[in-house]
Design a protein. Structure first.
Length: 306
């Protein structure tokens, strides 16, 4: 009863979301020794120690006096983020972007907020999925070669089956919620990609956001575009494999280039994504390349035209 949902929902994208957090968070020194949670990370991004950060209350007062002032709107949005009021901050950013729609820095900050929301929702869904698996006696029997007639009978019990079904439904609903939350993240990355159409990092993130939002066609298109822009990027082999896995096709010529570049820099296709050398054999991927460890990509730095 559980496995059809498990096959549907145990997506590579939710594993890759951890890598997406690497893009957003590793650049800020998070993930190493002493790293905090998502709230600490985002709070650190918007309000580092030593910065003269206006309080959200003060920023709100200034905004009330100057409702059409872009700077007042941005101050309020950043102050909300610095105070970890993450439920309120996105709307404030959207309000500012109505006046300054091409502010890439603000779009990056907004994308980080949406990305964190998706990550938190996904984490909850994965926990529920694990709980559902453990609540289903039939799966325990399947994985336990030493199961007894008693446990096999328990697996067929109607009450335990209903409990497992309820847990499955709760996990399914949580994944649906994560997909819904991915919608605004996808829209924000799309806006950044329009401003920097030749950034492979943004195309990779666009693919991740599209997958999280259950838009497979858009994800495939974005991944292929990332590969076209940077076929020698650190994650190119994994991204190529992902395109194929979710039903896309990579042109033969592009496949050949990816394989040649991977051989040149000795990329290990099994190594963790975003932790391999980029083209040129340096210590890390080139800035703007697939696999770059930076907050929401360096949108001002495109890696070649397309």
């Amino acid at each position: 009863m559980f496995f059809p949902m498990l096959r549907k929902r145990a997506k590579w994208v939710f594993v890759l979301l951890a890598a997406a957090f690497g893009i957003g968070f590793i650049g800020f020194g998070v993930g190493g020794q002493g790293g905090g949670g998502v709230a600490d990370v985002i709070g650190g991004v918007f309000g580092r120690e030593g910065d003269a950060q206006i309080s959200a209350n003060k920023a709100q007062e200034n905004l009330a006096d100057n409702p059409d002032d872009p700077e007042a709107r941005l101050d309020f949005a950043q102050a909300l983020s610095a105070e970890q009021r993450f439920d309120e901050a996105p709307a404030a950013y959207e309000s500012y972007l109505e006046l300054e729609p091409n502010d890439t820095q603000a779009l990056q900050e907004l994308a980080l907020l949406y990305q964190a929301s998706v990550g938190q929702s996904t984490q909850r869904a994965q926990i529920l999925q694990q709980d559902a698996l453990l609540s289903d006696p039939s799966t325990l029997v399947l994985f336990d070669p030493t199961s007894t007639p008693f446990t096999q009978t328990l697996a067929e019990n109607e009450l335990t089956s209903r409990i497992a079904d309820a847990a499955n439904q709760e996990a399914e609903a949580a994944f649906d919620e994560a997909a819904d939350r991915a919608g605004p993240w996808l829209v924000t990355i799309e806006r950044l990609a329009v401003l920097s159409p030749n950034s492979p990092t943004l195309q990779l993130q666009l693919g991740q956001a599209a997958e999280a939002a259950d838009d497979t066609d858009k994800a495939i298109a974005a991944y292929i575009r990332a590969l076209e822009l940077d076929p020698g990027g650190a994650a190119s082999v994994q991204v190529r494999d992902r395109v194929i896995l979710i039903g896309g096709e990579v042109p033969d010529e592009l496949n050949q280039v990816i394989d040649e570049r991977a051989a040149q820099v000795r990329i290990d296709p099994n190594a963790p994504i975003f932790e391999q050398p980029g083209e040129g054999g340096g210590a890390g991927a080139p800035r703007g390349s697939i696999g770059e460890q930076s907050p929401i990509g360096n949108v001002g730095e495109d890696t070649g035209g397309g």
